[in-house]
Write a protein that binds this ligand. Structure first.
Ligand SMILES: Cc1cc2nc3c(=O)[nH]c(=O)nc-3n(C[C@H](O)[C@H](O)[C@H](O)COP(=O)(O)OP(=O)(O)OC[C@H]3O[C@@H](n4cnc5c(N)ncnc54)[C@H](O)[C@@H]3O)c2cc1C
Length: 271
């Protein structure tokens, strides 16, 4: 289906992008377009102005500063997969980025777009919660930083408000981090039916489940043995959606399996 007519702006700076978002009610940031353009084609979203972030090279940078890996919101999955900074400071990000969809989506899709769209089946929201990431958001009023577990509000909803831009995602650098990720997908490289990310890097285990609620579900089990993990998932009293791919009961079961697998993978890599 053809897009409805829409105005298009291509700012040259983050400040200009924010000015455009503030001064045009109904304006939306355009990152890789891999979600936004599709929902516009389906008429599920109909912004009046697209503010294209693709000229903002500052937002593409990936760097390590002290103990922190900093990823610009416009860093693509392919960039993350190829980044030596990611490889040495938190390789799980590259590993999971490589599992997202196909080459075209990975070349265009960005970490910022992935988390700002907050599709509950996306790979990165649970991963970034598990590794203790934080998000930096800019507006005309200044900058604020929000921990990943407070960033996601609901299906397709985050704390990024109108007139605001996510500018970067920070992840604690941990060269030999004990991180893991497991998913069950619809076919190879397909959408996740259930997924789980685990990190044992900070001492106590953090597991974030995806696809079972509107936002990632963070669990902190008492131990890393299978029984403790299964108990933590059961105690979360998940109420996942039923759909053509999986009834709620089966999705609950898959969440448990993915959590156990993600922790096992993390433990194998532990220092
Ligand atoms: C065929 C196909 C299969 C896919 N499979 C998967 C999958 O298995 N796993 C997965 O995780 N994803 C999957 N995706 C989604 C893909 O990862 C998208 O790239 C991602 O969800 C959105 O990123 P984007 O850069 O394309 O953002 P866009 O589509 O450009 O934007 C998405 C939303 O985020 C907002 N936004 C973007 N950047 C910012 C910012 N910096 N600040 C504020 N708001 C911003 C936009 O306004 C828009 O509302 C798939 C997509 C396709 C087309």
């Amino acid at each position: 289906m053809l897009l409805r007519e829409v105005e298009y702006a291509r700012p040259g700076s983050v400040d200009e992008a924010i000015r455009l978002l503030v001064s045009n009610e109904g304006a939306r940031a355009l990152a890789g377009g891999q979600t936004l353009v599709n929902v516009m084609k389906a008429r599920a979203a109909s912004p009046d102005v697209l503010v294209d972030l693709n000229r903002l090279d500052d937002l593409r940078a990936i760097s390590v500063s002290g103990e922190t890996l900093q990823l610009g919101a416009m860093a693509t999955y392919t960039q993350i997969m190829d980044s030596s900074e990611v490889e040495v400071s938190r390789p799980i990000l590259a590993e999971v980025a490589a599992q997202i969809a196909d080459v075209q989506v990975r070349n265009r899709g960005t970490i910022g777009g992935n988390v700002c769209s907050n599709d509950p089946t996306n790979h990165l929201p649970p991963l970034l919660v598990a590794v203790g990431a934080s998000m930096t958001i800019r507006s005309e009023a200044g900058e604020r930083t929000v921990p990943a577990e407070e960033f996601f509000l609901g299906v397709y909803m985050t704390v990024v408000g109108e007139g605001e831009l996510l500018t970067s995602v920070s992840v604690p650098a941990a060269a030999n981090a004990a991180d893991g990720f497991a998913s069950v997908t619809i076919g190879r490289d397909g959408t996740c039916i259930a997924n789980a990310a685990a990190s044992l890097a900070g001492g106590s285990p953090r597991i974030a489940l995806g696809c079972v609620d509107a936002v990632p579900v963070l669990l902190t089990p008492n131990g890393t043995d299978e029984e403790s993990i299964r108990k933590a998932v059961a105690d979360a009293a998940l109420d996942p959606p039923s759909d053509v791919h999986a009834p709620a009961d089966y999705r609950r079961h898959l969440a448990e399996i993915c959590a156990v697998r993600a922790v096992a993978q993390a433990a194998e890599r532990g220092p």
